[in-house]
Write a protein that binds this ligand. Structure first.
Ligand SMILES: Cc1cc2nc3c(=O)[nH]c(=O)nc-3n(C[C@H](O)[C@H](O)[C@H](O)COP(=O)(O)OP(=O)(O)OC[C@H]3O[C@@H](n4cnc5c(N)ncnc54)[C@H](O)[C@@H]3O)c2cc1C
Length: 420
């Protein structure tokens, strides 16, 4: 189903010519080698089981093992802790390649690359880093992130998860909903309120060992797609939290910690965009190959101009989204965080492009596109969840629009602030 590796080299040749201020997009030799490794592992180990995870809803443990064996799981964790110290560009390269064959498996890498371990390394204390990062780098422990609650999804500042003082530490009472991989993880980054706080003020975060007394997985959601990696509901009933477990203290007088947490989610949003782009790339490649093989009325579908136009639109939207994603991750630099406006644009574009491309891929395959024996309907179901997770498309649009009308501009060659 997949085109040869030279496809990406050709693609990179094209985007190598595009330049935003200070952002060359050409991949280094090391990055190309990383892409090739990720592609090899994805095609050899992940692709053959992708349908199995979807049909059975089993956790893709074999994918995790394969990523660990290929030393692909700890790439963004600092070398001091056993990782490779890579940044958002490399994370996006690997997530794109894994997403191209199986998003359920790619999400396992996303949780390590752009989830709690990254937050612990950037925002946490030495104690937290030393406790958790070696286990993340080796793939020994899984991580999950508990932000959403049933009454606080998009309206995240309405969260009720509450810490109360307990001697020199705290007690956590919370009910977190839709926690990806929460039923398998060892640690959860829980966003919660510090004592006497309201709204965005006083929201901080703690890292909870899920083997602690008082933690319970109360269920997992039955979903349309991404069926390998379940989303769990986690109850925290008077769970003891030490001061050392605090990632960021919330101050009831300001929302500084909340702003830092929200800004750090940009890593996850870029990873979400990369997985969408990879998945849509996989669907597009599959559809093109199908069109050249499927003969209808005596000629291949690939010869019908009306269908070539579909492919043209799919590839154009996909590459536009890819360029936005590359801009956001390159702006992060090797150890920084992708900027918010460019990240929101990248996630929105990637979500919308993936929806469009996967939907059209189903159409191009006709009845077979709708069949579970062919992969494009699975890819569509998988990326549909990515349009909701990590901040919905609507919430990204709110952010982009409200910033633009305040005069903020994205990094782009021709943008000028219209309000000046
Ligand atoms: C596959 C998947 C994985 C997830 N993984 C995690 C995870 O690991 N950890 C975690 O904490 N959460 C996770 N989530 C939860 C996710 O972050 C929330 O579902 C999301 O933030 C939306 O919240 P909600 O479901 O409560 O929808 P609601 O907030 O109820 O929104 C419903 C609809 O209204 C729209 N809407 C709401 N407010 C506005 C507004 N002000 N303007 C415009 N439109 C608006 C939304 O965009 C949406 O379309 C995951 C979700 C999915 C689908």
């Amino acid at each position: 189903m997949l085109t040869p590796a030279s496809h990406y080299r050709r693609l990179l040749g094209t985007i190598g010519g595009v330049s935003f201020e200070g952002i060359p997009f050409e991949e280094t030799e090391d990055q190309q080698a990383l892409r090739q490794l990720a592609r090899d592992v994805a095609e050899r180990e992940l692709l053959p089981r992708a349908r199995h995870w979807d049909e059975t809803e089993e956790f893709p443990q074999a994918s995790l093992d394969a990523l660990r064996d290929a030393a692909l799981i700890g790439i963004t964790i600092g070398e001091k802790y056993g990782g490779m110290g890579m940044g958002d560009v490399e994370a996006a390269i690997v997530l794109e390649e894994l997403g191209r064959v199986d998003v359920s498996s790619a999400i396992l890498a996303q949780l390590i690359f752009n989830g709690p371990p990254r937050a612990i390394e950037h925002l946490g204390s030495d104690a937290l880093r030393e406790r958790w990062l070696p286990m993340a780098a080796s793939g020994e422990a899984g991580f999950c992130i508990g932000i959403s609650e049933s009454e606080a999804g998009s309206a995240v500042t309405h969260m009720r998860a509450q810490l109360t003082r307990d001697g020199d530490g705290f007690r956590l009472n919370a009910y977190k909903n839709y926690v990806t991989g929460g039923h398998k993880a060892r640690a959860c980054l829980v966003w919660c309120r510090f004592p006497a706080s309201e709204g965005a003020k006083g929201i901080g975060a703690v890292v909870v060992d899920l083997e602690s007394p008082g933690v319970e997985v109360t269920g997992t959601h039955v979903k349309m797609g991404l069926r390998g990696t379940s989303e769990a509901e986690l109850a925290f009933d008077d769970v003891r939290v030490e001061e050392d477990d605090v990632l960021l203290f919330g101050d009831p007088d300001n929302s500084d910690s909340f702003k830092r947490l929200i800004s750090h989610i940009n890593h996850e949003r870029c990873g979400n965009a990369a997985m969408c782009i990879g998945a849509a790339q996989g669907a597009l490649e599959y559809a093109i190959r199908y069109m050249s093989e499927r003969v209808v009325g005596g000629r291949p579908l690939a010869d019908i101009q009306g269908l070539q136009w579909k492919v043209a639109d799919m590839a154009t939207q996909l590459d536009a989204a890819r360029l936005l994603m590359l801009r956001a991750v390159h702006l992060a630099g090797p150890h920084g965080t992708p900027p918010a406006l460019e990240t929101a644009m990248a996630k929105t574009a990637a979500n919308l492009a993936a929806k469009f491309v996967c939907d059209e891929a189903i159409q191009l395959l006709g009845g077979y596109g709708y069949s579970r024996e062919y992969p494009v309907e699975r890819i569509y179901r998988d990326i549909r969840g990515l349009c909701i997770g990590a901040g919905t498309i609507e919430i990204q649009r709110n952010f982009i629009g409200s910033n633009l009308v305040k005069g903020r501009i994205p990094n782009s060659p021709s943008w000028r602030n219209p309000l000046r």
